[in-house]
Write a protein that binds this ligand. Structure first.
Ligand code: ATP
Ligand code: SKM
Ligand code: MG
Length: 171
């Protein structure tokens, strides 16, 4: 069975997309992002899905996207920031090389502050991010084989730390 070589999880702004692309380049494998898969399959933006259909429907779509990606992708896979909330989605990650990219609130606000595309941080980003993390931190940790802190590290340094944590070598 094919499986991703790295699965990145972590909150919005932790750098899953940025670091995931870098890792894919370094390993010479494709990059895939379940948020992008959902947008492509639905033909609408994530914020639209949240507003029109609600978060529970988004989590269903996300579960299906993770199932497909875990079964059919052999490269680097980044999950949406809240994918780990769903128990069935977490079960799909069992045994996979999952890395949790962590960061502190101030850096999260700096990185996500100017981007309005994140519906869950639209009103009071600092408070909302803290609340999300209080509810999620243990779930990120539970699914992860390794935790890599991203504060005060460049994306290149984070990518190297991920390779080191999983004992992978690039090309
Ligand atoms: N290590 C880093 N240092 C500084 N800035 C970073 C770092 N990693 C990512 N960024 C920047 O932070 C922002 C968010 O990064 P990115 O989109 O990769 O996060 P994400 O985890 O994929 O977020 P989301 O869950 O919303 O998709 C981008 O502007 C990116 O350039
Ligand atoms: O943290 C979250 O719940 C989310 C993160 C993003 O990646 C998207 O999947 C969506 O905006 C929800
Ligand atoms: Mg992303």
């Amino acid at each position: 069975m094919s499986a991703p070589v790295i699965v990145l999880v972590g909150p919005m702004g932790s750098g899953k997309s940025t670091v995931g692309e870098l890792l894919a380049q370094r390993l010479g494998v494709p990059y895939r992002d379940t948020d992008a898969d959902i947008v492509a399959a639905e033909g609408r933006e994530i914020a639209d899905i949240f507003v029109t259909d609600g978060e529970p429907r988004f989590r269903e779509l996300e579960r299906a996207a993770v199932r497909d990606a875990v079964a059919g992708h052999t490269g680097v896979l980044a999950l949406g920031g809240g994918a780990i909330l769903d128990e069935s989605t977490r079960a799909l990650l069992d045994g996979l090389p999952v890395v949790y990219l962590s960061l502190e609130v101030e850096e999260a606000v700096r990185r996500t502050g100017l981007n309005q595309a994140r519906p869950l941080l639209a009103v009071n980003p600092r408070r909302q991010w803290r609340e999300l993390m209080d509810a999620r931190r243990h779930l990120y940790t539970e699914v992860a084989r390794a935790v890599v802190a991203t504060d005060e590290r460049t994306p290149e340094e984070v990518a190297q730390a991920v390779l080191d944590a999983l004992e992978l070598k690039d090309e």
